[in-house]
Ligand binder design. Structure first.
Ligand code: P6P
Length: 328
């Protein structure tokens, strides 16, 4: 039985406020995991909340519940000056009663929530940024930092087991929730994804809308052994980014959500601040690569809180191939 738990790991590797912040996120994720586990048995857990978020997406009851659980837990930690969430149009600035809290938290409280009603894995994605040192009132502009500015990033995956996957910039660690003891135990250290893979993840139903470089890349994979890649590829698409990324961190692969003609106006599907950036940092910390196809995701200076971008991340060899095709 692993002996290192999240609290001890953070006490060793994170400064006290960051450790306290991440422990509060973990506690909220445990609560979300328990609510998910109840499923239809808990009134008001499944189904829609009858509202839409800023993305124009129908909010599930659990979207709203998960968002509130994270807000409450992190507020109680007194470690953040403000928060931003996929589920909230505007930032939430904490009252200035606490001394200048050092961090900002951005998160997607329940990514892939359309999978909840069919009992498929979903997750929570989070990213920690430094709070501004200025005395002025916190604004959305204070959150617009590149992915390379992240202090910590991670996700909780609510699958057969609940796992917390985290990077502080010192590699990627995986923790598994011990439900009896109510704590996260370190179950994998220094995660590294294979540079070479034979598995890709993309929503093929969008194929006719993709730009030419993505069309070419995917066709190369589909051509298999008879094509230029001279090997067969397998495909997976869970439609839950956390689950697809976890598979890639665990056994390799490449994940693509490219821009296409249907969503060109909005710049892509996935959000930069609280989906692409944390996942891209995790992938790079595990030895992979993350790009829009044209530039490194972590170098992008966000223009708005809910900005969307194209995402290609995973095995270095595959991401490089996609980049080359965009340059051709
Ligand atoms: P599609 C979930 O809504 C999400 O944001 C990601 O978790 C997932 O990878 C993607 O969208 C799925 O999109 O178009 O396949 O439903």
């Amino acid at each position: 039985m692993p002996t290192m738990n999240l609290s001890r790991y953070l006490a060793i590797h994170a400064e006290p406020s960051l450790a306290s912040l991440l422990e509060s996120v973990a506690r909220a994720c445990t609560g979300i995991s328990m609510a998910l586990g109840q499923g239809a048995l808990a009134a008001g857990v499944l189904g829609s909340a009858g509202s839409e978020n800023i993305q124009g997406e129908t909010q599930k009851n659990l979207d709203v519940l998960s968002n509130q659980m994270l807000m409450d837990a992190v507020t109680a930690s007194s470690t953040v000056a403000g928060m931003a969430s996929e589920e909230m149009e505007h930032i939430y600035a904490l009252p200035a009663t606490v001394p200048q809290a050092p961090y900002l938290l951005v998160f997607d409280p329940l990514d892939g929530s359309s999978n909840i009603d069919v009992n498929v894995s979903v997750g929570t994605i989070f990213s920690v940024l430094r709070a501004p040192t200025h005395a002025a009132e916190l604004s959305a502009g204070d959150f617009l930092q590149t992915g390379r500015s992240q202090v910590a990033a991670g996700y909780a995956l609510y699958g057969p087991s609940t796992q917390l996957v985290l990077t502080l910039g010192q590699g990627v660690q995986m923790f598994t929730l011990d439900r009896q003891r109510g704590e996260y135990l370190l179950t994998q250290e220094s995660v590294k994804i294979p540079e070479v893979t034979a598995e890709f993840a993309i929503n093929m139903s969008n194929q006719r809308f993709w730009e030419a470089p993505v069309q070419l890349y995917i066709q190369e994979l589909l051509n298999g052994k008879e094509g230029v890649r001279a090997k067969n590829f397998n495909m997976r698409w869970i439609a839950s980014m956390v689950a697809d990324v976890h598979r890639i961190l665990t056994r390799g692969g490449v994940f693509l959500y490219p821009v296409d003609s249907k969503i060109r106006q909005q710049g892509g599907k996935l959000r930069l601040l609280y989906e692409a950036n944390p996942m891209s940092w995790l992938i790079e910390q595990a030895g992979g690569a993350a790009s829009t196809g044209r530039e490194s995701i972590l170098d992008i200076m966000p223009g708005s809180l809910h900005q969307r971008i194209p995402v290609v991340l995973g095995a270095k060899e595959e991401v490089s191939r996609v980049i080359d095709l965009h340059r051709a």
